[in-house]
Design a protein around this ligand. Structure first.
Ligand code: AMP
Length: 377
């Protein structure tokens, strides 16, 4: 099946055409500066026209069978991918307050496709869906119940498509049936999240009500004492200023001044103290969470690294794993340094827990989920 995968952001639209039979990427591209200024498309509908124009040659040969959308927030309703109709689109729209930067853009992407190709099957694949199996003791915050009832304030978790894809491949690599597989999966990209997998399902994850909770990220703070927000507000900072500070100006960018892990690792190797401190804070926080999730799943069968940093930074993996001596985890130095796009084991033979690198591919997962929904509908 030929699936157009759309990842629609507030001012950009990423797309890929995937063949789910061969796993070939037939086309890929990015339209950015949507609605920003002269040069960029005025809105998402115009951006979709640009995508259609860019794909005209490609689609003339082999038309599309379906469109799959990455939708950031599925709230409590969506626990799996769904075929989109008007009611589903409105339901996604009703979740806008929970993901104000992302869901409105997802809805614009869906409506732009509906306007352009009214008969095209469209499927929504939710970033939160895989975490719908979290038990209440993991998803509930210890705050008054009205916050949950009135505003839906609870932990949802994100990066679910990636965690699900990587978990299945890790189980396959180890030859363990998914239903009996416990794992701790570290998605370390610009956004960072850790998921505790028990019996193939997500039972805890480090992102919460929004993708700001949890670990140190490229530009996001991760966990901080919530009183800091109250303190800053009392100092006169506005909600928008605090939002920008914690989401865009924190994390590695705040600790070192740059959020690219390559630059930080190189600087640390050259003796830059700030860079080493940034690595120490980031790897320490990650190791603490890994220890916690090892307990949460009742003993993990694997520690799995994925995404930009997890797949590519042998140095960061080594620094994080070096903090896991209490769990008997040890890397194989040479295997850790090996460069490969394939899922692989990088731990030493006597490591008590195997450590894996499993490349993620969210577009592939979205294309496959879309094909499965369309074929079964
Ligand atoms: P992602 O969000 O998964 O695309 O990951 C993006 C991040 O991965 C970048 O900010 C880099 O810090 C990191 N990254 C990508 N390639 C490498 C590499 N070869 N070595 C270290 N870090 C990398």
């Amino acid at each position: 099946m030929r699936v157009l995968v759309i990842n629609s952001g507030s001012s950009s639209l990423k797309y890929q055409v995937r063949d789910t039979g061969t796993n070939e990427v037939a086309a890929t591209g990015l339209i950015d500066r949507i609605g920003e200024d002269a040069g960029g498309p005025a809105d998402h509908a115009e951006a979709m026209e640009q995508v259609a124009a860019a794909l005209a040659g490609e689609l003339a040969d082999k038309p599309l069978d379906a469109v799959g959308h990455r939708v950031v927030h599925g709230g409590e309703r969506f626990s799996e991918p769904v075929l989109i109709n008007n009611e589903i689109t409105r339901s996604i729209e009703r979740l806008n307050p929970l993901a104000p930067l992302h869901n409105p853009a997802n809805v614009l992407g869906i409506r732009a496709i509906t306007a352009k190709w009214p008969d095209m099957p469209q499927v929504a694949v939710f970033d939160t869906a895989f975490h719908r199996t979290l038990p209440e003791h993991a998803w509930r915050y210890a705050v008054p119940d009205e916050l949950y009832r009135q505003y839906g304030i609870r932990r949802y978790g994100f990066h679910g498509t990636s965690h699900e894809f990587v978990t299945a491949r890790a189980a396959e690599l180890l030859g363990v049936p998914l239903a009996g597989f416990n794992a701790v999966v570290a998605h370390l990209g610009n956004g960072v999240s850790l998921t505790a997998i028990q019996g193939g399902a997500s039972i805890d994850t480090s992102m919460g009500f929004t993708p700001l909770e949890g670990l140190v990220m490229g530009t996001r703070s991760g966990d901080i004492d919530p009183s800091i927000l109250i303190f800053l507000q009392r100092q006169g900072l506005s909600a928008d200023e605090i939002d920008t500070m914690l989401n865009r100006d924190s994390g590695l960018k705040a600790l070192f001044g740059d959020n690219d892990m390559r630059t930080i690792v190189d600087a640390a190797a050259a003796g830059d103290r700030r860079a080493q401190t940034a690595l120490d804070i980031t790897s320490y926080r990650l190791a603490k969470y890994i220890g916690g999730y090892h307990v949460a799943v009742g003993g993990t069968h694997a520690l799995v690294f994925t995404a930009g940093i997890g797949e590519n930074s042998a140095e960061f993996r080594a620094q994080a794993v070096a903090r896991l001596g209490a769990l008997g985890v040890k890397l194989d130095g040479a295997a850790n340094l090996e460069r490969s796009g394939a899922p692989r084991v990088i731990s030493a033979p006597d490591s008590l827990i195997p450590v894996l690198v499993v490349p993620t591919d969210e577009e592939r997962a979205i294309a496959e989920a879309t094909a499965a929904v369309v074929l079964s509908s």
